[in-house]
Structure formats: structure tokens, C-alpha cells
Design a protein around this ligand. Structure first.
Ligand code: ATP
Ligand code: MG
Length: 293
């Protein structure tokens, strides 16, 4: 059941609101001043707090600040009369959800409250708690759309523990990007090292990608990703439906020029970001792993 806490120093207003809101289906709590209001709030945790802005002892602004400090998700509606505009604006800046002018029209109030309740339900439904996953195994099957790789990586790494440093996480992301890109362009779309270099030189690389991904036999190929995450680390197997390649020479480039060349760096970069990168014959499956320490 939805609940509301009304804080106002005028008893007649509390009584009027009690009658209206109870009838409208609310569990009703009230308090005659801010200090008491905070106490009742802590005890009852209502969905909504409806508070007067001008009260002796504690203003609605100060009350808003205190309630927000207790519960960032609290919804506070400020009741305002003439001459308290400044306080209301400050309260809204401090996190109050909405305001309503006195004398209060119950219908207007119900309308505001309905909106808040709806929004609270929406928030609850989409709420996710991160950082509770001790072990996660995920399988993803993806098509050959390169523009979707980052979104897929975000999806894979969604539950990565919060302790993983930003630098490590960024490395993992970049490394996965290179490997998944390879699975798509070289594996599934069958673009060779030479074709890639040449098409990049002639500024035709995007055309090449597009025409390859239209070919019926290539179009249906998929990349299979097996991702395992626990608090110790991450391990990802990436398999494409291409013919593989001779992977032995790529992990250890022989010279700096090779590293600095416009392409041919993907595997090398990935091998810097991960602790291990291991290809399986014939080269269309690769497993990368990283300890979080
Ligand atoms: N999954 C794969 N299937 C087939 N060949 C692959 C695969 N992954 C890599 N290769 C081969 O290894 C080569 C090197 O890959 P690497 O990612 O290091 O460089 P690149 O993809 O050519 O260029 P870039 O620096 O843009 O990544 C590729 O050109 C390709 O020939
Ligand atoms: Mg590459």
C-alpha cells in the first residue's frame, strides 16, 4: 500500500489532508514539526513526504536536506504559500520532487502524487544491484555488425566487480574489442591481412566490410562468446565461424615498426591488456583472461 507522511504545524491542514489522502488510498502519517517529521520518517519510510515550507524550528528546505541525506530516493513535495518562493526553489534544488500551492486543491495534489508513485514503481522495476555477483557465466551469440561491438562489451562486463580499477577495465574493453573485431572481419567475413591493408590505403575499407557482410554465406555466420566472471578475474572465449589462421607469429611482433604499422596491432594490443591470450587450432577460437588481483 502507498504511504505518505504529512508535516505541517497547522493541525487543521493535517486533518484535512488525513481525510482526503486516507480516502484516496494512502497509509497516512503526520507530524507537527520538522524534527518530529524526521523521526516519523525514519520509523515509517513512507513513499512520499508532503511538507509545509514555512514552519517554526525547521523549514521545509532544511527538512528536505535532512531527508535526502537519510534516503536519496525519498520523494518530497513542498507545500507553499505566498512569500516563500525562494525557499521552494532552494528545496527543489536540494532534491525535492515537486511543490503545490496553498490552499491545497486535493485533485491537484492527487495528480502530483499519482505521477510520483508511477515514477517510483518505474524506478523500482528498472533498479539493478551491481556488485553482488560472485560468479557469472554468460553466452552471447552475435552477428557481424561492427558498430554494435561496444554495446556488446558493455553487456558482457556489466557485472564486473566494482573493485576492478578503471585502467584495468579500460584495457579489458579495448582488448575485447580487438579480438571481437578480428572474429568478425577476418573470421566471419574472411577479410585477409592484405585485403584489409589495401582497402584501408584506398579508403575502401567500409565498402569492403559492407559488401562482405551482404554475401549470403557470410551473412549467417556468428561469433560465439563465452564469458566467465568471478571476483578473481575474467575469462572469455571467442569463436568465429571462419577458417582460422596461422596465429603463432602475431602475438610477438619482431620489431617496433611492426607494432607501429597501421594495422596488425590488434592481437599485440590485446596481449598487453590480458594476462593470457591463447588461440586454439585452427585459429578461429581464442581465449583471453585477466586476473583482477
Ligand atoms: N579470428 C580470426 N580469423 C582469421 N584470421 C585472423 C583472426 N584473427 C586474426 N587474424 C589474422 O591475424 C592478423 C592480425 O590480426 P591483428 O588484429 O593483430 O591485426 P589486424 O586485424 O590485421 O589489424 P588491426 O591492427 O586493425 O587489428 C589479421 O590480419 C588476420 O590475418
Ligand atoms: Mg585486428
Amino acid at each position: 500500500m502507498k504511504s505518505i507522511l504529512v508535516i505541517d504545524d497547522e493541525k487543521s491542514i493535517r486533518d484535512m489532508l488525513r481525510a482526503g489522502l486516507t480516502q484516496y488510498g494512502y497509509n497516512f502519517y503526520d507530524a507537527g514539526d520538522g524534527k518530529n517529521g524526521v523521526e516519523v520518517y525514519k520509523r515509517t519510510r513512507p513513499d512520499i513526504v508532503l511538507t509545509d515550507v514555512k514552519m517554526p524550528e525547521m523549514s521545509g528546505l532544511e527538512l528536505t536536506r535532512q531527508l535526502k541525506a537519510i534516503e536519496i530516493d525519498s520523494d518530497i513535495v513542498i507545500m507553499t504559500g505566498y512569500g516563500s518562493e525562494e525557499l521552494v526553489i532552494e528545496a527543489l534544488r536540494s532534491g525535492a520532487t515537486n511543490y503545490i500551492k496553498k490552499p491545497i486543491s486535493l485533485n491537484e495534489l492527487f495528480n502530483i502524487l499519482d505521477g510520483i508513485i508511477l515514477n517510483r514503481e518505474r524506478r523500482r522495476k528498472s533498479e539493478v544491484i551491481k556488485d553482488v555477483v560472485v560468479f557469472e557465466k554468460k553466452k552471447l551469440v552475435i552477428d557481424n555488425e561492427i558498430s554494435r561491438i561496444w554495446g556488446i562489451i558493455n553487456q558482457m562486463l556489466f557485472n564486473i566487480p566494482n573493485e576492478v580499477s578503471d585502467t584495468n577495465l579500460e584495457g579489458i574493453r579495448l582488448g575485447l574489442y580487438e579480438i571481437i573485431l578480428n572474429a568478425i572481419e577476418h573470421g566471419n567475413l574472411g577479410i585477409s591481412y592484405e585485403e584489409k591493408s589495401e582497402s584501408i590505403q584506398n579508403n575502401r575499407y567500409l565498402d569492403l566490410l559492407e559488401s562482405r557482410s551482404m554475401q549470403p554465406d557470410r551473412k549467417q555466420k556468428r561469433v560465439f562468446i563465452d564469458c566467465t566472471i568471478d571476483h578473481m578475474g575474467l575469462s572469455v572465449e571467442i569463436r568465429d565461424q571462419g577458417g582460422g589462421f596461422d596465429f603463432h607469429e602475431f602475438a610477438e611482433p619482431e620489431s617496433r615498426e611492426e607494432i607501429l604499422r597501421a594495422h596488425g596491432r590488434g592481437i599485440f594490443l590485446a596481449s598487453l591488456y590480458f594476462d593470457r591470450i591463447e588461440y586454439t587450432e585452427p585459429g578461429n577460437t581464442v581465449t583471453v583472461s585477466k586476473q583482477f588481483q
